[in-house]
Design a protein around this ligand. Structure first.
Ligand code: DAH
Length: 366
C-alpha cells in the first residue's frame, strides 16, 4: 500500500509552486490525466478485496479531491496575476502629448450655437434644452396651436405610430420647432425667466433650402412689465453682436403666430456684394433689401395660463430663428444640404478650430 499522505503533500507542493498556467496543466495531466498517477491509483481499486477497498478507497478519493482543489486554487491565483500584469502593461499615460495633431473641426452649427450662448449669456440669458422626441401637447396644444392648425398636418410633422403614446396618452412626435422648450421652462421654473434654447427640429420637407432636420434657437423672457420695446432692443443687441457690426437695421412686420399676440416677423436690411448677402443698413437704402430673419412676439396670455402662470402678473416675449440660416448669412455658405453631408472638404473649409472658443472679449467668431 502507498503512502497517500506523502504523495498528496508532494503533489500539492508541486502544484503550489507551478510557475505558470502551462506548467500547471502539465502537472494536472501527470496526476489526473488518463495515465496520471492519481488516475492509476483509482484504477487499482477494481483489483482490491472488499476490505482493502473500504480502507483505501476513501483515501484515494480524498487524494484526488485534494489535488483537484489545489489545481483550481493555483489556477485562479495564476490567472489573477496574469490579469494584473496585463492591466499594468496596458496602462496608458493620458497626459502624454499627442503624437499627431488632431484633425477635424467644429461644425459651423456648433460654432453658431456657442456664439449665441456667449452673446445671450452677456444679457443674462441661460441656455435651456428639451427633448427632440416631444408630445403633441407641448409641441402644439400648450402653444395655443389648435387641432385644425396646418402645422399639425401629417405632411409637416413626423409622428410616431399611434400606439406609442406617452404615460398621459399624448401622441409623440419629433418636435417641429424649439418652442416646446418655452412650455417646459415655464412649467419647471418660476419667473423671472430669460432663456435661449438652441437645438434640432424636424419637418417632413426637403429641397435646397429645407432639410428634414434643421436647427432653431428659441428665446423666451418672462417677467413683470415686459413689452415690445424689450423685444426689439434684445434682438437688435443680439444681431449687432452676432454679425459684429453696428449698422444692423431691423424692421418689425405685423404677423401671426398662435403662441404670440401681437406677433412680428423681423426683417434685417442687407446688400449683395460679390454675389453674397451682407447684412447691414436699412432695406430701404439704395442697393439694399429686406430679408426675413426671425419670428417673434409677446407671449400669448393663453400660453402663459397653460403653463400655470397668471398672465395678469407675468408677461414676456419670445422669438425663434433658424440657426443654419444665421450661419449661412454670416459665413457665406449657399446650400443648406451641404451642412449635413459630412464632406471633409466642406468641413475643413467652413469648420472652426476646436480651441478658438467664441468670447465677447476675444471676438465672437473666433
Ligand atoms: N416656432 C416658430 C416656427 O418654428 C418660430 C417662432 C415664431 C418662435 C415666433 C417664437 C415666436 O418664439 O415668438 O416657425
Amino acid at each position: 500500500m502507498s503512502d497517500y499522505p506523502a504523495l498528496q503533500a508532494r503533489l500539492v507542493a508541486d502544484i503550489g509552486a507551478a510557475p505558470d498556467l502551462d506548467a500547471l496543466e502539465s502537472l494536472r495531466v501527470a496526476a489526473l490525466g488518463k495515465t496520471g498517477s492519481v488516475s492509476a491509483l483509482l484504477k487499482t481499486l477494481g483489483a482490491m478485496s472488499t476490505e482493502e477497498r473500504q480502507e483505501q478507497g476513501p483515501q484515494i478519493h480524498a487524494l484526488r479531491e485534494a489535488v483537484t482543489t489545489a489545481i483550481a486554487e493555483r489556477k485562479a491565483a495564476l490567472e489573477g496575476a496574469a490579469l494584473e500584469a496585463k492591466l499594468a502593461d496596458e496602462r496608458l499615460d493620458m497626459t502624454l502629448p499627442a503624437a499627431e495633431t488632431p484633425r477635424g473641426s467644429v461644425h459651423p452649427v456648433s460654432q453658431v450655437m456657442d456664439e449665441l450662448a456667449e452673446i445671450f449669456a452677456d444679457m443674462g440669458f441661460a441656455v435651456a434644452t428639451g427633448p427632440e422626441i416631444e408630445d403633441d401637447w407641448r409641441n402644439f396644444t400648450a402653444l395655443n396651436i389648435p387641432e385644425t392648425h396646418p402645422a399639425r398636418a401629417m405632411h409637416d410633422t413626423f409622428y410616431f405610430p399611434s400606439q406609442m403614446k406617452d404615460a398621459e396618452g399624448r401622441a409623440m412626435l419629433l418636435r417641429t420647432h424649439t418652442s416646446p422648450v418655452q412650455i417646459r421652462t415655464m412649467m419647471e421654473k418660476a419667473p423671472p425667466i430669460r432663456i435661449i434654447a438652441p437645438g434640432r427640429v424636424y419637418r417632413s420637407d426637403s429641397d435646397a433650402t429645407h432639410t428634414p432636420m434643421f436647427h432653431q434657437v428659441e428665446g423666451l423672457v418672462i417677467d413683470r412689465g415686459i413689452h415690445m420695446g424689450h423685444l426689439k432692443w434684445t434682438l437688435e443687441t443680439f444681431l449687432k453682436a452676432y454679425f459684429e457690426r453696428d449698422d444692423i437695421v431691423l424692421r418689425l412686420r405685423p404677423s401671426y403666430f398662435p403662441f404670440t399676440e401681437p406677433s412680428a416677423e423681423v426683417d434685417v436690411g442687407y446688400a449683395v456684394e460679390k454675389g453674397r448677402r451682407i447684412v447691414g443698413g436699412s432695406g430701404d437704402d439704395e442697393g439694399h433689401a429686406w430679408m426675413e430673419l426671425l419670428g417673434s412676439g409677446m407671449v400669448n396670455r393663453h400660453v402663459i395660463a397653460n403653463c400655470g402662470l397668471d398672465p395678469d402678473e407675468w408677461q414676456g416675449f419670445a422669438f425663434g430663428a433658424g440657426i443654419d440660416r444665421l450661419a449661412m448669412l454670416k459665413y457665406g455658405m449657399d446650400d443648406l444640404r451641404a451642412f449635413f453631408d459630412g464632406d471633409l472638404r466642406w468641413l475643413s473649409h467652413y469648420g472652426f478650430g476646436a480651441l478658438s472658443v467664441p468670447t465677447l472679449s476675444g471676438g465672437i467668431s473666433a
